[in-house]
Design a protein around this ligand. Structure first.
Ligand code: HGY
Ligand code: MN
Ligand code: MN
Length: 413
């Protein structure tokens, strides 16, 4: 039996159902934020499945969780596949989780088909890919790749002031796994990540598989404005230092400055915090996040300059700052892996198309370490980062079949 033939649609779907119970929301989505008790429960569930299959598990100092199926040559560099199990606060049950479960399904299919590989094949659940609780996102893979420093990430605080290192310690205590010694990161022979597209193209073009060629560049910022708290009833407008009014002026100018004619630049203000947050006190402080993306770094540079100009000119009389908290350049995937994904997809008789990724993924960091690629499957109406996110069991299994064939080829190179 081929490894692809051993992929089981029912088993893969049931694992999604089981995982979706952890942080499940009434609307059928998930709220399983990074290093939360729900995230720890998902780690424990994956670890229990891995141990039941005789695979070994390990974790590293930023909490990335690895599952290993040995190869014939213990000295050969491993091939790795995976994604993330943390979700948005109102996330879907497939974003990230599909990539982890497809990688695990690949290990199980190799085992069931009795396929031996030269190299070890490993699955991974990266820590904090979403970056909605702790910024920046894709943190676990960034530390693994040396793009973010472990010590700096450990001191990052969430919106309630909880420090990452404390949430991580709690997670590793409730979801223990043997700790890999030394700094995070180890040499890899290749990395392939399966993910739902999180856009409508595959569904619109009636294709089952996306052969992902690249990921657009992404940057994140936090803009803080300092005003002066004052009485809402007695303070005339002319005497106010209204931090929210200043934030509004900057935000409006930023939306205008980032509106491009071909609607390619992505600009999002996803979170606004106003303090003290009392209806009858003029806001003394505001902060808002910016997520900006584009396939060209030069365009991102030019727009970052505009954002900085706006902060310098539109906030008066409230002083404001803009801090860049994440910058990931556009990523082109290795042609060898892209061609292999396309070849294996065609060999399985699955419809497919080459496409770039609008969403960010852990693969954007791992691509700097080894030949890397991604496999997309459709999601309903392209909706994601939303509790109604949906995918079909057959598409998920199709992606896993392509994945296991690609991993087998890479693991026997
Ligand atoms: O934001 C992203 O692109 C990813 O879904 N976390
Ligand atoms: Mn994701
Ligand atoms: Mn996401």
């Amino acid at each position: 039996m081929s490894a692809a033939g051993a992929v089981r649609e029912d088993r893969l779907w049931q694992r999604h159902v089981d995982m979706a119970k952890l942080g499940g929301t009434p609307k059928g989505g998930v709220n399983r934020q990074a290093l939360s008790p729900e995230d720890a429960a998902a780690r424990n569930l994956l670890a229990s499945w891995a141990e039941a299959r005789g695979f070994s598990i390990s974790t590293d100092a930023i909490g990335n969780l690895f599952v290993r199926r040995d190869g014939n040559d213990p000295k050969a560099l491993p091939v790795l596949s995976g994604s993330h199990m943390d979700s948005q606060p109102t996330g879907g049950r497939f974003d990230g989780m599909y990539g982890v479960l497809a990688a695990f399904e690949a290990l199980e299919a190799l085992e069931d088909a009795g396929v031996k590989t030269k190299r070890p094949v490993m699955a991974v659940a990266w820590t904090n890919e979403e970056g909605s609780r702790f910024q920046p996102g894709a943190m676990g893979s960034a530390v693994f790749a040396g793009h973010n420093k472990l010590d700096e990430m450990l001191t990052v605080k969430d919106w309630k002031g909880v420090m990452l290192k404390d949430a991580l310690a709690e997670t590793l205590e409730t979801a223990p796994a043997p700790m890999r010694d030394g700094k995070p990161g180890f040499p890899l022979d290749g990395y392939v990540e399966a993910h739902i597209e999180q856009g409508p193209r595959l569904e619109n073009e009636k294709k089952t598989i996306g052969v992902v060629t690249a990921i657009q560049g992404s940057r994140r910022y936090i803009v803080e404005t300092l005003g002066e708290e004052a009485h809402a009833g007695t303070t005339p407008r002319a005497a106010r230092k209204d931090a929210f009014a200043a934030a509004l002026r900057m935000a409006q100018a930023m939306y205008e400055a980032t509106t491009d004619k071909d609607d390619t630049l992505r600009f999002t203000i996803g979170r606004v915090d106003v303090s003290p947050g009392s209806p009858n006190t003029v806001p003394g402080k505001t902060s808002f996040t910016i997520d900006m993306r584009h396939p060209s770094d030069a365009v991102l540079d030019a727009h970052e300059k505009k954002l900085r100009e706006i902060v310098a000119t539109k906030a008066a009389p409230c002083p404001a700052t803009i801090e860049r908290v994440m910058v990931v350049p556009p990523t082109d995937f290795a042609p060898m892996v892209v061609d292999l994904v396309r070849a294996k997809t065609n060999a399985l008789g699955l419809s497919n198309m080459d496409m770039p990724s609008g969403a960010g993924h852990d693969a954007m960091h791992i691509a700097s370490l080894c030949p890397t690629g991604m496999i997309f499957v459709p999601c309903e109406r392209g909706i994601s980062h939303n509790e109604i996110e949906n995918a079909t069991p057959s598409d998920l299994a199709a992606g896993a079949r392509v994945l296991v064939e690609v991993l087998t080829e890479l693991a026997n190179r």
